[in-house]
Design a protein around this ligand. Structure first.
Ligand code: NAD
Length: 494
């Protein structure tokens, strides 16, 4: 059985002492192994990134941009090949994997505009004969730690901007589906990125802790679950690093009584059960306002009865398996415990049986869910949609603002005034108006509020340029042939 190896300084490393299993979620079988880095191996990757830094940060911006233009072409030409790797190890259906790659390409396109992004500012004559300008310089070695659910897109959220800004990177992808990250790093090399600028180490807490503690790592970008995001933020900040740590979510979709019920129903189903609910922007709570609830629940119940669940490689599958057996069983436990908590189980996906041995589960719909229930409070990260019934718009806003998470939310309404007020009122980082999964395009930045993000900067887009650069401000005077004077006073510009 093959082993997915680290890629350090452009070379795959020798076999590792410690490994983990990579499953095919559609069959339940182990299909290959992945190397788990020791702290020393993680340090070797950091050393390679550190050694590559002086050369990369001095490369011309045009040469850097060239790499991204070529990478974009490789990704566009070979989307199918990369998407197949995603489906193989993650399980999501192929069309969804293709969508993931195309969203990742947006980040590469953004990075290709780096000449524009890295422009500084200049003010002439701030004092007589004195000018000031600012430049954006790389922070140094960046460590990027990514989750299993978007093995192409989330690494590209980080590495595209970090590299464009002149940094070098050590990427630690999820150990559950690591092959896509190695494919990406090889594609970067093929596009002309010098060896050592992007290194990949695989593994678990051992590798991550080594990156968090390394004095040669300047910044950490993390995306994953909230408890790990919080601990990464605390440990890396205590070590004096710049950190952005994006966590989990519990995304609410509000449906007002005046909403177009057909589009709201279709949107709720797509956003709740797409990718088997394993999206940080998945809708997991449907907030039905007023008397629309009965029709909404009935519409969802009727449509999900015919959802096709099967291997991601089967073109007729609309939803694939979950990532692991343990995760599937944990998701199932929320559904089986829901009735005892007082929820109404409208559709119980745990009862559905499957011919294949993969990590499949049916979709579930729970009604009459309330705050305080486990199904409401926890991020389930599976195909389970909870309906909370409220009387008014104000109740919906109060519910969402009281929730610990603040990643994404949406409102479905025909009333522009209500939508505008929602945008103003809601304490959530990304908002959709009649759009259920409002993941910003690559020219904007992505980020949640509250327990969905620890740190100051959102990820990709303009905020990533801020995160991956340090500002340097230069004040300049050139001799103008006036006699030089000694003055011990504090320089005044008046
Ligand atoms: P996870 O937190 O288990 O793992 C994320 C990364 O951290 C992986 O690389 C993993 O190897 C590493 N890791 C795990 N345990 C660790 C530990 N104790 N110490 C150090 N490193 C550790 O997350 P996951 O299960 O891979 O991904 C799903 C989670 O990610 C969900 O909570 C989802 O909402 C979240 N997510 C958030 C966003 C976002 O943008 N906010 C995007 C995608 C996924």
């Amino acid at each position: 059985m093959s082993t997915v190896l680290h890629l350090i300084d452009g070379q795959e490393t020798a076999e590792a002492a410690r490994t983990g299993d990579i499953f095919n979620p559609a069959t339940g079988a182990v299909q290959r192994h992945v190397a788990f880095a020791s702290a020393a191996e993680a340090e070797t990757a950091v050393a390679a990134a550190k050694a590559a830094l002086p050369g990369w940060r001095s490369s011309s911006l045009i040469k850097r941009a060239d790499v991204f233009f070529r990478l974009r072409q490789i990704l566009a030409d070979r989307t199918g090949e990369l998407a197949a790797i995603v489906t193989d190890e993650h399980g999501k259906v192929l069309s969804d994997a293709v969508g993931e790659v195309s969203r990742g390409i947006e980040n590469v396109e953004f990075a290709a505009g780096l000449v524009h992004l890295l422009k500084g500012e200049r003010a002439e004559q701030v004092s007589r004969g004195v000018d000031v300008h600012s430049v954006k310089q790389p922070v140094g070695v960046v460590a990027a730690i990514t989750p299993f659910n978007f093995p192409v897109m989330v690494p590209l959220w980080m590495v595209a901007s970090a590299i464009a800004c002149g940094n070098t990177v050590v990427l630690k992808p999820s150990e559950k589906d690591p092959s896509a990250a190695v494919w990406l790093a090889k594609a970067f090399l093929e596009a002309g990125l010098p060896a050592g600028v992007l290194n990949v180490v695989h593994g678990d807490k051992v590798a991550v802790d080594a990156l968090l503690d390394s004095p040669d790592v300047a910044a950490i970008s993390f995306v994953g679950s909230t408890p790990i995001a919080r601990s990464i933020y605390q440990r890396a900040s205590a070590n004096g690093k710049r950190v952005q740590a994006l966590g989990g979510a519990k995304n609410h979709m509000v449906v007002m009584p005046d909403a177009d019920i057909e589009s709201a129903t279709a949107a709720a189903i797509s956003a709740a059960y797409g990718s088997a609910g394993e999206r940080c922007m998945a809708v997991s709570v449907l907030v039905a306002v007023g008397d629309i609830a009965d029709d909404l629940v009935a519409g969802i119940r009727d449509r999900i009865a015919t959802l096709q669940i099967g291997p991601g490689t089967d073109p007729s599958s609309e939803m694939g398996p979950l990532i692991t057996r343990e995760h599937r069983d944990k998701v199932a436990s929320y559904v089986t415990g829901a009735a005892a908590e007082g929820a109404t189980v409208v559709v119980d996906g745990t009862r559905k049986s499957f011919a294949a041995d993969g990590f499949f589960i049916g979709v579930s719909l729970l009604d009459d869910v309330k705050p305080g229930m486990k199904v409401y409070e926890d991020e389930i990260f599976g195909p389970v949609l909870s309906v909370v019934r409220v009387e008014t718009y104000a109740d919906a806003v109060e519910l969402i603002n009281a929730n610990a998470y603040g990643n994404g939310t949406a409102i479905f309404t025909r009333d522009g005034g209500t939508a505008r007020q929602f945008e103003f009122d809601i304490e959530v980082g990304m908002v959709g108006v009649n759009v259920p999964i409002p993941v910003p395009v690559g020219a904007f930045s992505f980020g949640g509020w509250k327990d969905s993000l620890f740190g100051d900067s959102h990820i990709y887009g303009p905020e990533s340029v801020h995160f991956y650069t340090r500002s340097k401000v230069v004040t300049t005077r050139w001799p103008d042939h006036t006699p030089a004077q000694v003055d011990l006073g504090f320089p005044s510009n008046h």
